[in-house]
Write a protein that binds this ligand. Structure first.
Ligand SMILES: Cc1ncc(COP(=O)(O)O)c(C=O)c1O
Length: 464
């Protein structure tokens, strides 16, 4: 009989022969294969648990195999599992209503929802909406931004690496420095900088020679600014409190829409339903995906304010995809919305986040190589540096990441692995997105495992 180890070996051999290497599975030195999941854990073929601190890039906010969401999917299989998007079904309508009502509560703005399947597709749909509404094709986005890797979404994603082999299909965004205060683009310090970065953005509009505005007519060439409220792939960077309010004033003055990409930070990841709610401004368009279905049948979409998305502005057939609003996805999404909207979700996320961040701060005190820890809700970061606490240390980040996946960590006499995710401008930040249901014991485990990994790869000299 084939053992678990034999099966794993055979599968990896077939993978290396038959699977494209074009996705991210081969970012790892040795691709990793899992066979089970539950709560905060993934399991390999030997049954070893791996504590997951990134939960499918924040797509599984409620933990693996969430009973109620899984039951909703099972019951949809029994009732109406398949239906072309051309026809309506109850769950689609109720889900659109639930998201619209929630967004109205969050931002006091009426609007509608349009569904698709993947995040990048929803981003592209939102690009079409904004192009249609404004007749303009140029966008601002942030340095360090990630909005997806389809051809259109790559144009507003900061990395040239993702565009280089393919050329340009759309208009490359104008990328503006993000308020990454730990490594301020302008070499300023938060507290004394007086939001110098916002001033620099405002200066673009001072004269026509800065290439964004016709100062004679006042018309700006740019349609929208795509923002992530907390920069995700860029390293879970939380902007300073008044940043977005100041930026939005400039955008409003020049009739530039703000598109809020909540793909990673939406659905309470930051302790509020939408991440942008922390900053006291309203979006014109909001894009979402990932955690909407807790990682079950994928579903994404965008919300837009009524004046942009009403049937006259965005008429039938403006965009379409075969599997958008698929019944399995909408059923999962509707149950996720019900769970999220029950009393106490914000409190749960904030309490667990506070405890987790406190633990990270303890580690920072102990290891000089931890240059920065920060977080909001359960979206947290650890930035790994050299001993000087500032020079990026990609090697140490990689070493810890790979050692976590090797699975030799011990807790109460059992071997475990640790699943982390690396982001950041220098690929030297752990972006942490644990399950909303992470227990105190699991936070303690995370502490023990991270402590062990840092001490294994650093000189353990206490910081002074
Ligand atoms: C902020 C943001 N926008 C868009 C996307 C693209 O979503 P998808 O990978 O589902 O295409 C991602 C994915 O990580 C993301 O983090």
């Amino acid at each position: 009989m084939e053992t678990g180890a034999d099966l794993e070996k055979r599968l990896l051999a077939e993978e290396s022969r038959y699977c494209s290497y074009g996705d991210t599975a081969h970012y790892l030195k040795k691709p990793k294969i899992f066979s089970g999941c539950e709560g905060s854990f993934l399991y390999d073929y030997s049954g070893k648990p791996y504590l997951d601190l990134q939960m499918w890039y924040s797509a599984v906010n409620l933990g693996y195999k969430h009973g109620r969401v899984d039951d909703a999917v099972r019951s949809q299989i029994d009732r109406l599992p398949q239906l072309a998007s051309q026809y309506l079904h109850r769950e689609k309508i109720e889900l659109a209503a639930a998201i619209s009502r929630q967004t109205q509560r969050s931002f006091k703005a009426a609007g509608r929802v349009h569904f698709n399947v993947g995040g990048s597709q929803a981003v592209e749909d939102s690009i079409k909406l904004v192009r249609r509404a404004t007749g303009k094709t140029l966008f601002f986005a942030f340095q360090g931004s990630y909005h997806g890797r389809t051809l259109g979404a790559s144009e507003i994603t900061s990395s040239y690496r993702y565009r280089k082999p393919y050329g340009h299909f759309s208009n490359r965004a104008q990328f503006i420095p993000y308020p990454y205060c730990f490594r301020c683009h302008y070499g300023k310090r938060f507290g004394s900088c007086k939001y110098y970065c916002v001033e620099q953005f405002a200066r673009l509009f001072e004269t026509e020679y800065n290439s964004v505005v016709d100062t004679k007519t006042g018309e700006c060439e740019f349609a929208a600014f795509y923002v992530e409220p907390i920069q995700g792939t860029g390293g879970y960077i939380v902007p300073p409190p008044d940043y977005f309010r100041r930026i939005k004033k400039i955008l409003d003055r020049h009739k530039i829409y703000l598109v809020d990409d909540e793909m990673q930070m939406g659905f309470y990841r930051t302790g509020k339903f939408w991440g942008l709610e922390h900053f006291g401004i309203k979006p014109d368009v909001l894009v979402f995906g990932k955690a909407l279905t807790n990682g079950m049948n994928p579903l994404s979409g965008f919300w837009a304010k009524e004046e942009l998305i009403n049937p006259a502005s965005f008429p039938p057939g403006s965009t379409h995809s075969t599997f958008s609003s698929n019944p399995m996805g909408t059923a999962a999404g509707l149950e996720v919305m019900r769970v999220l909207q029950e009393k106490g979700m914000a409190e749960r996320v904030n309490a667990a986040g506070k405890k987790f961040l406190g633990m990270l701060k303890e580690l920072k005190k102990k290891y000089r190589e931890i240059g920065d820890v920060d977080g909001i809700g359960l979206a947290m970061r650890i930035e790994i540096c050299q001993k000087d606490g500032i020079t990026p240390n990609r090697r140490l980040t990689d070493d810890i990441f790979h050692a976590g996946l090797e699975g030799g960590l011990e807790y109460k006499g059992r071997k475990y692995g640790l699943v982390l995710d690396i982001g950041g401008y220098f690929k030297n930040a752990f972006t942490l997105a644990p399950s909303f249901y992470i227990s105190d014991e699991e936070i303690g485990m995370a502490h023990k495992f991270l402590d062990e990994l840092f001490s294994r790869f650093t000189s353990k000299r206490p910081r002074r």
